[in-house]
Design a protein around this ligand. Structure first.
Ligand code: G6P
Ligand code: MG
Length: 219
């Protein structure tokens, strides 16, 4: 039976976490408080709305609905200014090797991201053609660790969830993959992503023979 592969975007394909961080930090500073890199870890895999809720908690700020909406828009405008400057050089190491490995073998590939900016980012870095399906923040109602985003991706690829492999850099993403009954592969710090079935620091550490073994899970 055929396998399907699902990639998270931010932190797996491109390092956009730094741009999210700069945009959130700017807003925090405008509101009169600091926002650290360590705090930014909590934002990985988390929806824009939830991120702002956490940010305002950190700054102990109570917002009206109107302010909340204004700040959501402001953060995204700043973030998009960074995205606009992106190009293929920002694709993380060996991502293209892995995508090509799968494409060469006709393995279906999906994106499973919480971001509402997923498509423009993939376009910017010229990776759109690799993806058979894109499931992002515009298509889901329940955020990771809910498995919804990955289950929709599996459905779109017409692959049984038990035959799907998920690459993720966020704890919530690994949990979502596990709950979907998929094979979770952590990309990043193995101590943080300890719930993953396998861990790699980045794709340069993932051999072709390991990828090959994922194709033949024989489930
Ligand atoms: C990804 C990132 C999060 C981000 C979320 C929403 O999951 O890891 O840090 O908050 O996407 O992104 P968006 O582009 O819709 O603001
Ligand atoms: Mg991520």
């Amino acid at each position: 039976k055929k396998a399907g592969f699902i990639f998270d975007l931010d932190g797996v394909i491109v390092d956009t976490a730094k741009y999210h961080y700069l945009a959130w930090r700017k807003l925090a500073n405008e509101l009169g408080f600091e926002f650290t890199k360590e705090q930014n870890e909590l934002f990985k895999g988390v929806s824009r709305k939830r991120c702002l809720e956490i940010l305002l908690d950190i700054g102990k700020i109570k917002a009206t609905q109107e302010q909340f909406n204004t700040w959501m828009v402001e953060k995204n405008v700043d973030y998009l200014a960074y995205i606009d400057q992106m190009n293929a050089s920002e694709i993380l190491p060996d991502v293209i090797r892995v995508l090509k490995f799968l494409k060469d073998r006709d393995i279906p590939i999906a994106l499973g991201s919480a971001s509402k900016n997923a498509k423009p980012i993939l376009e910017k870095v010229n990776l759109l053609p690799y993806f058979d399906s894109i499931v992002d923040g515009n298509n889901v109602t329940k955020a990771k660790p809910d498995p919804e985003v990955f289950l929709i991706a599996a459905k779109n690829l017409e692959v049984d969830p038990s035959l799907c492999v998920v690459f993720e850099d966020a704890v919530a993403g690994i949990q979502a993959a596990n709950r979907a009954g998929m094979l979770s592969i952590g990309i990043g710090d193995p101590n943080i992503l300890s719930e993953a079935a396998f861990n790699f620091k980045d794709f340069t550490e993932m051999s072709d023979s390991f990828l090959e073994s994922l194709l033949n899970q024989n489930k």
